[in-house]
Design a protein around this ligand. Sequence first.
Ligand code: DAH
Length: 341
Amino acid sequence: MREMMEKLREASIRAVSEAADVDSLEALRVKYLGKKGELTAILRQMGGLSAEERPVMGQLANKLRADIEQAIDSRKTALSSAVMEMKLAAETVDVTMPAADIRLGHKHPMYNVLDQIKDIFIGMGFKIVDGPEVELADYNFTKLNIEDSHPSREWTDTFYFKDDSSILLRTQTSPMQIHAMETSELPIRMIAPGRVYRKDEVDATHSPMFHQIEGMVIDKGITMADLKATLNLVVEKIYGEGTVTRFRPHHFPFTEPSAELDIQCHKCGGKGCPTCKGEGWIEVLGCGMVHPKVLAGCGIDPDEYSGWAFGMGLERLAMGEYKIADLRLIFENDERFLEQF
Ligand code: DAH
């Protein structure tokens, strides 16, 4: 009997130490220690023992049971900590791994130029205003003193929404002058940047959509001297101190007198070069004194108030500032181009 118990000890301890998981440990517990288990089977034979042997064998059996139980428990602990370790290894987040690359964009070069312009005008007390791109022909043309026969009203030049030519995509930001005069209290100092639309074929200098910045001042006693002084200051802020300007007489229906503002070419100093196309001068904007008819049409008494206005192309300005040769680059959003700014 002693021998049987020794064999059982050997076999059970080995089996327990080799058990691969908690379930098979439970099966071993039943196999060796259960009611119908192997130890119980051995103990059944106690009846055949002498009175002296019985307690000795009883003690040995108890010790064996305790040892097998302890072996099962310690194997169980070992198995569950191995499981935990595996889980931890599989689920750890390596905080030292480099993070996924997030590519940050940046402001479009044209908007850098726009922000610069806005800063300059805000510094002089101007408001920035915004208005509709879908506009009434009344505001885009009529209230700006643009006559019915003016070529810019043609269907070949302007995007209309209706057969009666009453609603269109604005062809200039100048209707913002009318909106400002009709809705603001006097005096007015405002700039209005935004998109404008014309039926132009796309090429290196044309696009059916582009941006303008309109500007206007209305107050008592405003003269051409205010216009020249203010715009000269703006030009110096954009192109550098001492930039030479000239106001060249021109015609716009909504200003009288009207002018175009040129700057002397900063590349060649006025001698003529590829940048200024041999002219020595670069056209920057259109401007003039707000026409008395336009003032009156907006309910402002031209005998009491006067004002000046200007309109400039934003793309052209950005192209000059960043030496961009082709207008299409501004709209194509090719990253190889945009990354350079
Ligand atoms: N709206 C004109 C254009 O698109 C530009 C312009 C000229 C605006 C003179 C003005 C101005 O405000 O006074 O060609």
